[in-house]
Design a protein around this ligand. Structure first.
Ligand code: MG
Length: 203
């Protein structure tokens, strides 16, 4: 399986990192080894001085597809969950500055914890899903799918022009504003609506 991540899908987040608001989706990938085994902590990697969280809603792909039209894209995922796109922000800044690929900043081991998934039918309006992230019980990020630049269906359609998606693949759909750093000892708690769906301890 593969993990496809969308960058800059929330205007306020694009602005906070001084990036232009994109005209088409930006995406990159993480390998399967980026998943975090259940109840494992994230050990602060030794190669970064600035590990940051990005809370994101995650789609679970339910069947194989390529060149998917937007109007059919809703039939290619069957569950929505939440995850954290951990980023070594200092390495990412180095990669951006030098025109290098982002893998070392984004695709390292355990950089993609995901929580509980809910069947798509659970959501009455996919264009109005609230989610949030708490760090040590204080809210640090708050988003709603109504603020996305590209809808879930547009993202699937776009990505599938380049990459065949397969059952079990995950798509991280972008982070809202409020990204920030973690330190050893922090606890992150991600919510969809009022429900706690993912807890991650930094050790
Ligand atoms: Mg992200």
């Amino acid at each position: 399986m593969k993990i496809i991540c969308i960058g800059r899908n929330y205007k306020e987040h694009a602005r906070e990192l001084n990036n232009p608001v994109p005209e088409s989706p930006v995406f990159f990938m993480k390998p399967e080894t980026a998943l975090l085994p259940k109840r494992h902590p994230v050990f602060y990697p030794e190669f970064t001085q600035d590990l940051q969280y990005e809370v994101e809603l995650v789609l679970r792909i339910s069947r194989l597809g390529k060149h998917i039209e937007t109007r059919f894209a809703h039939t290619y995922y069957n569950a929505i969950g939440i995850g954290i796109d951990f980023t070594a922000r200092d390495l990412q800044a180095y990669c951006k500055k030098n025109g290098l690929p982002w893998e070392m900043a984004k695709s390292f081991d355990f950089s993609a914890p995901v929580g509980k998934f809910f069947p798509v039918e659970t959501f009455q309006d996919k264009g109005n899903i609230a989610f949030s992230l708490f760090k040590n019980k204080e809210i640090v990020q708050k988003g709603n799918t109504s603020e996305m630049i590209f809808t879930f269906e547009e993202l699937i359609s776009y990505v599938s022009k380049f990459v065949t998606i397969k059952e079990g693949d995950l798509i991280f759909t972008g982070t809202p504003a409020g990204v920030g750093s973690v330190n050893i000892g922090d606890r992150l708690d991600a919510f969809i609506g009022e429900e706690s769906c993912l807890k991650v301890d930094i050790r």
